[in-house]
Design a binder for this molecule. Structure first.
Ligand code: C2E
Ligand code: MG
Ligand code: MG
Ligand code: MG
Length: 295
């Protein structure tokens, strides 16, 4: 089941600990404490318009500043949170934090990060949660974030887990005016019948296809096909995991709208993102030979 939730997440089991289930329980105990004690952080990765180079939004990505183990990526704890249900509190916290941050950027002098969209990942269990719509409504009201600036990212796998229920949830979310994205597209079991019915706005092509584009003709064809399909369905298409200038050139030639990746900006603290924008207000993608910034 952990595998189904997508994208090569590591097990929480640490080498040297005798019992993985004990380990998982320990992680959960610590995660609950982390929520209470404020050890979770949200990092933000820019999303860029491929033609203009403008930053159109940021994706909120959770991190755990673990007292003993340092900064942990979601691979170390999101699956455990999902299977145990702790994901509800974790997800609610990330949503509130991201919305609060987006509004804070609006108020900053200079306003370089004002008006950006903020994307938040939803898990399978969150999507099935009866309280989801109420929670999103509450956060939008409390923070004053315009609904059209919130993008909820849902993996194909989460959508197809119970497609009928997902469809109802998506319709309710759409009615709030938020935007919906299909995340990691191409890696789950998408039914095109459902894709056609789901009221989604954006399709994110999984990094695995984007990274293979220049070595594997099949990956190149899949990416081109996804761009075409997305546009035919009237969706904005975003490429994930952009790492090389060659990928920029190829994606632009395909007409891909937007991209995210280490080449354009790594996930970082809100302060780091503000700084990156100050140093490079206009990311120049016109130079095909542009080298990635050292990280
Ligand atoms: P995702 O939503 O597909 O997020 C993109 C992941 O790709 C992020 O990993 C990001 O750091 C990474 N990435 C971006 N550009 C590049 C690149 O150019 N090269 C490479 N190699 N990687 C790149 P991260 O932050 O470790 O998150 C992994 C996954 O954890 C996310 O995949 C998402 O499914 C999940 N996740 C993160 N935050 C949350 C959250 O708040 N709630 C839930 N439910 N899931 C979350
Ligand atoms: Mg992914
Ligand atoms: Mg995502
Ligand atoms: Mg993704």
């Amino acid at each position: 089941r952990a595998k189904q939730l997508g994208g090569g997440r590591a097990e929480v089991h640490r080498p040297g600990s005798p019992d993985p289930s004990q380990d998982r329980l320990a992680v959960l105990e610590q995660l609950r404490a982390a929520l209470r004690e404020g050890q979770l952080r949200v990092h933000y990765q820019p999303r860029v318009h491929l033609r203009s180079g403008d930053v159109t939004g940021v994706e909120a990505l959770v991190r755990w500043e673990h007292p003993g183990r340092g900064l942990l990526s979601p691979a170390a704890f999101v699956d455990a949170a999902e299977t145990s249900g702790v994901i509800r509190e974790l997800g609610a916290w990330v949503l509130a934090e991201a919305a609060t941050q987006a509004v804070a950027w609006d108020r900053e002098p200079g306003g370089r990060l004002a008006g950006l969209q903020v994307s938040v990942n939803l898990s399978t269990r969150q999507l099935a949660d009866d309280d989801l719509v109420a929670r999103v409504t509450e956060v939008l009201e409390r923070t004053g974030l315009a609904p059209s600036r919130l993008v909820l990212e849902i993996t194909e796998t989460a959508l197809m887990h119970r497609p009928g229920a997902a469809l109802r949830a998506l319709r309710e979310l759409k009615a709030l005016g938020v935007l919906l994205a299909v995340d990691d597209f191409g890696t789950g079991y998408s039914s095109l019948t459902y894709l056609k019915q789901f009221p989604v706005d954006e399709l994110k092509i999984d990094r695995s296809f984007v990274s293979g584009m220049h070595t594997d003709p099949a990956d190149h064809a899949i990416v081109a096909g996804c761009v075409h399909l997305a546009h035919a369905l009237g969706l904005v298409v975003v490429a994930e995991g952009l790492e090389t200038p060659e990928q920029v050139v190829a994606l632009r030639a395909m007409g891909c709208d937007q991209a995210q990746g280490f080449l354009l900006g790594r996930p970082g603290t809100p302060e780091a993102l503000a700084l990156a924008r100050a140093e490079a207000p206009d990311i120049d993608l016109t130079a095909a030979g542009r080298t990635p910034a050292p990280s």
